[in-house]
Design a protein around this ligand. Structure first.
Ligand SMILES: *[C@@H]1O[C@H](CO)[C@@H](O)[C@H](O)[C@H]1NC(C)=O
Ligand SMILES: *[C@@H]1O[C@H](CO)[C@@H](O)[C@H](O)[C@H]1NC(C)=O
Ligand SMILES: *[C@@H]1O[C@H](CO)[C@@H](O)[C@H](O)[C@H]1NC(C)=O
Ligand SMILES: *[C@@H]1O[C@H](CO)[C@@H](O)[C@H](O)[C@H]1NC(C)=O
Ligand SMILES: *[C@@H]1O[C@H](CO)[C@@H](O)[C@H](O)[C@H]1NC(C)=O
Ligand SMILES: CC(=O)N[C@H]1CO[C@H](CO)[C@@H](O)[C@@H]1O
Length: 346
């Protein structure tokens, strides 16, 4: 550019002297101080690179981690003891796959949300992962119950509610592929998981019910099967459960379910009971129930024992609310005892 303009001025074109001369001055200046420009340019490049590495990349890494989706496919709570259990979690982490990075192993704290302050009820060690599009993350770990109140509250909520909100949080480091540095990030996910919803839909199967007039040596007069739905993705090793059985406000007996291992979906389990015959007959002939013979039984957890030990966290959860199940006791009496107790019976 300067090569073209210089001759113009030299030929004595006086109408526009100012601008070219300024340009010339600048050109001369640039030529003289090129090194200063180079240094300034280099400084800017270094600054930009530093910003990207120290501010940009960590922010991008955190954003990508925040965008990643955690999906819980299954949770097993097994080998339950009074203050410990084995927790297994199968999960998948899905990202958009745009960043290739290695995420360090970390300790995640699990919180029950929806209560103030939120409750840390367990910690789990998550393995190292790569931020590939689709990652399976399975964890199997012996957990010692550090905060019994928090774990009990979690069980109460999990038993009663249709959904519970759980968060997993932990500090870890991310190393993007091609960079040698690791960046601090926080893994933080909140999930809505299905709870047990108080076993809504539990049925006592009439065809399998055996009712007798006399109590046997174990003090029982009822044996049968119940279908207990588990609307959650949790498998729970609960153990031997004892329930008090109410009809309205009247205690009409005790129900036992032994070796209760609750799987997701339908669970057909053996039940046995010691029922107060007089109360049942009175209820069946009462105005309220005599027509249909169907009585709403309320089951309230009394104790949970697993291999001889009391599991207070499950016991408290099952004792936190009455679970109502309509039982066609009229048909059960008719089938087993050959009697029809209806309106006006003695
Ligand atoms: C995880 O998957 C394995 C293999 O399919 C299965 O055996 C295990 O029970 C699952 N665990 C959970 C907690 O869902
Ligand atoms: C992890 O869990 C997934 C799905 O839940 C299962 O398909 C896979 O087999 C499990 N892997 C191991 C090693 O248990
Ligand atoms: C979950 O259940 C507990 C205990 O029944 C109750 O106090 C709480 O309000 C419920 N929370 C939600 C979000 O439904
Ligand atoms: C369960 O029902 C019985 C009988 O009506 C009642 O006495 C008891 O307080 C109820 N328990 C809970 C936790 O609602
Ligand atoms: C439940 O009780 C029965 C009979 O007492 C016993 O044989 C069984 O081992 C108990 N099961 C558990 C899981 O504790
Ligand atoms: C009655 C009920 O809620 N059943 C559910 C039990 O759990 C399975 C799987 O978790 C669901 O598919 C059922 O709908």
């Amino acid at each position: 550019m300067s090569d073209k303009e210089s001759p113009q001025v030299a030929h004595g074109d006086t109408t526009d002297v100012g601008r070219p001369s300024k340009k010339r001055k600048c050109t001369a200046h640039c030529k003289r101080f090129w090194w200063a420009y180079l240094i300034a340019f280099c400084c800017i490049v270094v600054l930009v690179v530093c910003l990207v590495i120290f501010v940009g990349v960590p922010n991008i890494a955190q954003d990508k981690l925040d965008e990643a989706k955690l999906n819980i496919d299954g949770v097993n709570i097994l080998e339950t003891e009074p203050d410990a259990y084995l927790m297994e979690v199968n999960s998948t982490i899905t990202t958009d796959g745009s960043i290739h990075a290695d995420v360090d192993a970390f300790t995640g704290t699990m919180y029950l949300e929806g209560i103030e302050p939120r409750l840390a009820f367990a910690t789990l060690d998550f393995p190292a992962t790569t931020a590939e599009k689709h990652q399976t993350v399975n964890v199997s770990q012996q957990v010692t119950i550090a905060d019994m109140d928090a774990f009990t509250t979690f069980n109460v909520w999990f038993t009663n509610n249709e959904t519970v909100q759980i968060s997993v949080e932990g500090d870890t480091k991310v190393k993007p592929r091609g960079l040698s540095r690791k960046y601090d990030v926080t893994f933080r996910k909140t999930l809505d998981v299905s709870g047990l919803n108080l076993f809504k839909g539990t049925e006592v199967l009439v065809d399998d019910a055996e009712l007798s007039l006399e109590k046997d040596d174990a003090g029982k007069n009822f044996y049968g099967k119940a279908d207990i739905p588990n609307a959650s993705h949790f498998t729970l090793d609960i153990g031997n459960v004892t329930f008090t059985n109410f009809v309205e406000d009247e205690d009409v007996g005790t129900i036992w379910i032994n070796n209760l291992m609750l799987y997701p979906g339908s669970n057909v389990v053996d039940i046995s009971a010691s029922l107060d015959q007089v109360s049942i007959v009175n209820l069946l002939s009462s105005e309220k129930y005599c027509e249909k013979g169907i009585i709403p039984f309320k089951m309230l957890g009394k104790s949970v024992k697993n291999h001889g030990e009391d599991l207070s966290y499950f016991a408290t959860a099952l004792a936190s609310a009455n679970q109502t199940t309509n039982i066609d006791i009229g048909s059960i009496v008719k089938k087993n005892l050959g009697m029809t107790i209806g309106c006006g019976s003695d």
